[in-house]
Design a protein around this ligand. Structure first.
Ligand code: AMO
Length: 430
């Protein structure tokens, strides 16, 4: 049976490995190969005079990126990666790879992002790209573990929906038999209905679809949202939960993904300092005005430039709280003492927004009023509104973008680097 390349150590005697031919070098009397699997790289050295002629014959013909199974004797050697090499006594080509390659997997020849995404399967073979997705996998696993340990119920909600959750625009219409339907922008309405169902704490990690026209380095048309909703909780409670989750996930990645972090040249992953500062919206726009020289009025959105300026000043994860009710969705609870402000918040990384959330309106009539005030039609939300008449507990929650979390954690320049097969303004394939 084969073992992962990482498990082949200088102390191993014999090993069988499977993987891809990363590099081939013919040094006259010696054939050198680097064999790669998702755990690492192993040097295979074949002294032409010593190895079995049948094995040598196969090795001479094998092309880069072919899939091979190799058995042999392990030798400790300082110069090789991991301090060991494999002297082959049996080689099988499981499938050969055409040349020229679609991309240079050893990254000697740089490729544009578009070229890389066109041949994404091959791009992902690059150790640095593999590392990003192994960390992403660990992040999602840790989020699951963190929420399960706190008694959250995992739910899955429909992605084919009849109504917008976040307001009118940004929807992808689809043909649903004889009706028009939409791809879900957010599990918002369903996670709130699960509060009326009595589940108390729910979470979902799933796709959200946004028909955003703009093509930026931080927007996708299909993203992954980590959504939670908690009954008998207010905005402060769920901000604390979010802060704990971020810190816990960073700590776990730092402690359990050291190989992948090293591959990404991130020898240290500092855990964000706590508590995350909580600055009111008014203070945030003051900072933006001071730093950018532009003027901001109460009710203006905080766009990319302002976000960056505020992030520079804050220098760490922080929350923006006390948002104007007018620019947050209808489900955000207004402050009792000043209804022009609401109990919504955004979690910010210095580079961008990571999450938004709120304590929700749980009173039916107020919710209807707020839906109307946004120019939406309450009748279109009947399925959502009914539970509010039959024992809806007070509740709060948030949605955290998984790609933005990974992107900011690993310092990636483009959100597309954090998705296997990104969907953006121009890309539906692969
Ligand atoms: P919001 O629309 O702010 O809130 O989305 C929550 C988080 O999801 C991520 N996100 C995106 N990531 C990449 N590309 C996009 N187009 C995109 N859109 C959103 C961001 C964002 O902060 N229902 C509320 C959440 C709630 O209140 O519980 C909502 O969807 O990281």
């Amino acid at each position: 049976m084969h073992i992962p390349i990482k498990k082949v150590t200088p102390e191993t005697e014999h090993a069988e490995i499977v993987g891809w031919v990363h590099e081939v070098r013919d040094l006259g009397g010696l054939l050198f190969f680097l064999i790669r699997d998702r755990t690492g790289i192993l040097q295979v050295t074949a002294p032409k005079k010593k190895v079995d002629p049948a094995v040598l014959e196969i090795l001479k013909t094998v092309s880069r990126e072919s899939v091979v199974r190799i058995r042999g004797k392990v030798k400790s050697i300082d110069k090789a990666p991991g301090g060991r090499e494999l002297i082959p006594n049996s080689v099988e080509i499981l499938n050969s790879c055409e040349s020229p390659l679609l991309l240079d997997v050893v990254e000697k020849v740089p490729a544009e992002l578009d070229t890389r995404l066109d041949a994404r399967f091959m791009d992902i073979r690059k150790p640095r790209v593999t590392a990003v997705f192994l960390i992403r996998s660990a992040v999602i696993r840790m989020v699951n573990e963190f929420l399960c340990a706190r008694d959250f119920v995992h739910v899955t909600t429909p992605k084919i929906v009849a109504a917008a959750t976040e307001g009118g625009t940004e929807l992808f219409p689809i043909a649903y038999f004889e009706k028009e339907a939409f791809l879900s922008q957010s599990p918002q309405l369903y996670k709130q209905m699960m509060m009326a169902a009595g589940f108390e704490k729910v979470y979902e990690i799933g796709p959200i679809f946004r028909a955003e026209e703009h093509n930026t380095t931080k927007h996708l048309n299909e993203a992954t949202s980590i959504d939670v909703e908690v009954s008998f909780a207010d905005h402060q409670d769920v901000m604390n939960l979010l802060e704990d989750l971020i810190v816990s996930v960073y700590g776990c990645v730092r402690d359990t993904c050291s190989d992948q972090l090293a591959t990404l040249s991130l020898d240290d992953l500092p855990v964000p300092p706590t508590p995350f500062p909580r600055i009111p919206y008014r203070e945030a726009i003051d900072i933006a005005a001071r730093k950018t020289g532009e003027s901001f009025s109460f009710g203006d959105d905080i766009g990319t430039v302002a976000e960056k300026a505020i992030g520079e000043e804050m220098g760490q994860h922080y929350f923006i709280v006390d948002w104007p009710t007018a620019i947050k969705p209808y489900y955000a609870m207004p402050h009792r003492e000043d209804p022009a402000l609401c109990r919504a918040f955004d979690l910010m990384h210095p580079r961008m927004e990571l999450a938004s959330g709120a304590q929700r309106v749980h009173q039916h009539d107020l919710l209807v009023e707020q839906i109307r005030s946004k120019g939406l039609v309450p009748e279109n939300f009947a399925f959502y509104l009914t539970p509010f008449r039959y024992g809806m507990p007070p509740h709060a929650g948030w949605g955290l973008g998984a790609e933005r979390l990974v992107m900011t954690m690993l310092g990636l320049n483009n959100i597309r680097e954090a998705v296997l097969f990104p969907r953006d303004r121009h890309r539906m394939v692969p």
